[in-house]
Structure formats: C-alpha cells, structure tokens
Design a protein around this ligand. Structure first.
Ligand code: PNS
Length: 179
C-alpha cells in the first residue's frame, strides 16, 4: 500500500508517465488461477498493474456483474500491493490512454488463443500505435482452463477446486444452481 501511495504522489508531481504501468484487461467472469498466475508474474515485471474489467454490455452475457467480478479480483489479490482493479467501458485503447499507460498484457494459453489475440492486438495497434500488447504464458497447470469451461463444468456438477479460489467456487455453485 505504501509503495502504491508513493507512486501516486510521484505521478501527481511529475504529471507524466513515470511508471512502468501495464493494463491487464479481460472479462474475468470469474477470475481463475490462470488469470491470477499471469497477474503475479506481471506484478514482478511492471511497477504497477491496472486490471481492467470490461463493463457489462448488451452483447455479452456475463454470469457475474462487473461489481461482483471486481470484488472477486480484489479479494483474491489483496496481498499484492502494486495492483488496482478498475471497470472500463468503451474501447480498451481509450482506457489504456486514460490510465497513462502504453502496455496491454494478455495471457496466451493454447494455440487456439492465438488467432483471436493476434487480431485484437493488431486492431488495438491500429487504433493507437503507441500501445503495445505483450503476451505472457501462465503456468502449464492452467493452459487448458478458461472461465467459460469452468462455468460449464460447475453447472454440470464437476469439480473445479484446482482452478478457482474457494470463495469464487462457492459463488459459482450458488449462481449456477439457482438457475
Ligand atoms: O477476457 P476476454 O473476454 O478475452 O477479454 C476481452 C476484452 C475485454 C479484453 C476485449 O473484448 C476488449 O478489449 N473489449 C473492450 C472493447 C474493445 O476495445 N474492443 C475492440 C478490441 S480490438
């Protein structure tokens, strides 16, 4: 917390990008150990990470509200000092600029991620050439999981305790069983 305050104060004085600050965007519906693994790795490389949760919109059917998703992330990562969780609306590149950053972090798990990530990174670069997307690989224990797969398995009564924190597991069961 102290490190965070010092960085914010420096930013106030100098009013420019003085930090090696990266944005880790996603739906996080809900956050998994795969996401957490990427955040832990990134928090050791960058001074400061802003986790950007995409706001609910009419096109996407999220299981959890943006406030719930934010709460889960904050709870799961309360030990890490140099991160902050924010909800964003609209274009990711606008959010990255607003945050005075020029780095987007995305996780790459399997080859099938590549095409989607490649298109998104190039479109974001077209939208703002100063922003660079950097890819990180999670621990191999998590390369086959996604939030969607976890929701599917829970809804069918399967076990996913190796992939999400216990509190989220409870919430997943509550939500998916009440449906
Ligand atoms: O976890 P996800 O669902 O793969 O994250 C996708 C996300 C939220 C990063 C992407 O949909 C996004 O950036 N949305 C914001 C709107 C936007 O900028 N769209 C154009 C992307 S090229």
């Amino acid at each position: 917390m102290l490190k965070l305050k010092i960085l914010e104060l420096l930013k106030l004085y100098f009013g420019e990008i003085i930090m090696n600050k990266a944005i880790y965007p996603g739906s996080f519906d809900p956050i998994t150990f795969g996401h957490i693994d990427i955040i832990l790795r990134a928090s050791k490389i960058f001074d400061y990470i802003v986790i950007g949760i995409a706001k609910d919109n009419s096109k996407t059917n999220f299981l959890f509200t943006e406030t719930e998703r934010k709460f889960f992330i904050e709870n799961s990562l309360s030990e890490i000092e140099n991160i902050e969780v924010k909800i964003f609306d609209g274009l990711l590149t606008d959010f990255v600029k607003k945050e005075n950053s020029n780095i987007i972090i995305r996780g790459l798990r399997v080859l099938s991620d590549f095409e989607y990530e490649f298109r998104m990174a190039l479109m974001n670069r077209k939208l703002d050439d100063e922003i660079t997307t950097m890819f990180m690989m999670p621990n191999e224990k998590y390369t086959h999981i996604s939030s969607s797969l976890i929701k599917e398995v829970v809804s069918l009564g399967g076990r996913v305790d190796d992939y999400v924190p216990p509190q989220i597991l409870l919430e997943l069961n509550n939500k998916l069983n009440e449906k």
